[in-house]
Design a protein. Structure first.
Length: 217
């Protein structure tokens, strides 16, 4: 059944269409994993393949994170509530790429020297920021199941709002990690800020009443 758009910009989606959208997300993700393997095996990641792997997996995690943050505004714009059903899947793929990003750094750069990894995270600000973002994604992935969501109740949403901090820290980690070519990470920061700006009402709800209430005299 084709997607139907009404004159009021309402996107009607069926569970079957959501299923095929998830299939598409899986397929695209597998293609990018395959591309990473191919580039690695053929030595096509540049003069420094370790840096190439880190850059590829980091950008994949960041792209997927930003794409995940696009789902709610898009679902609201198109009045397509069913669209949010793919958000969890995208979030898990974001964490998957973040795991590969950290694993590549720990294995290829530090040879699984965990004490050195901790020292690096503490001493290097861009790694500290990245580690905080990674831990947030870990917490969100662990608590993403419906069973845990029911047990946590209202606390689940409060925890998952931390994704907004990860959305801000991830591009900061990116821009601090590069020595040249700042245009691309700056674009990521601007996109992240734009997605967060769309949620200003959510942030206002978290402020004290005296701060989020504007009185006109």
């Amino acid at each position: 059944m084709p997607l139907q758009m009404t004159t009021q910009w309402r996107l009607k989606m069926t569970p079957r269409q959501v299923f095929w959208l998830k299939v598409l997300i899986h397929s695209v993700s597998f293609i990018f994993v395959g591309q990473l393997v191919y580039l690695t095996l053929t030595g096509s990641l540049g003069a420094d393949p370790v840096q190439g792997i880190s850059h590829y997996t980091g950008k994949a995690a960041l792209n997927t994170l930003l794409l995940t943050l696009c789902i709610s505004p898009l679902a609201k714009l198109l009045k397509a509530g069913m669209l949010v059903r793919v958000r969890r899947l995208l979030g898990l793929y974001c964490f998957f790429w973040a795991v590969l990003h950290l694993a590549g750094y720990a294995a290829l750069d530090l040879n699984f020297n965990w004490s050195l990894l901790i020292d690096e995270i503490i001493s290097r600000p861009y790694l500290s920021v990245g580690a905080v973002s990674w831990l947030i994604l870990l917490a969100l992935a662990i608590t993403s199941t419906q069973g845990i969501q029911r047990r946590m109740g209202k606390h689940w949403q409060k925890l998952h709002n931390w994704v907004y901090l990860a959305t801000l820290l991830a591009p900061i980690h990116y821009i601090w990690s590069v020595k040249s070519g700042l245009i691309e990470p700056i674009i990521y920061i601007l996109v992240a800020l734009g997605l967060l700006a769309l949620r200003y009402k959510t942030f206002l709800k978290g402020l004290p009443v005296k701060l989020n209430t504007i009185r006109v005299k």
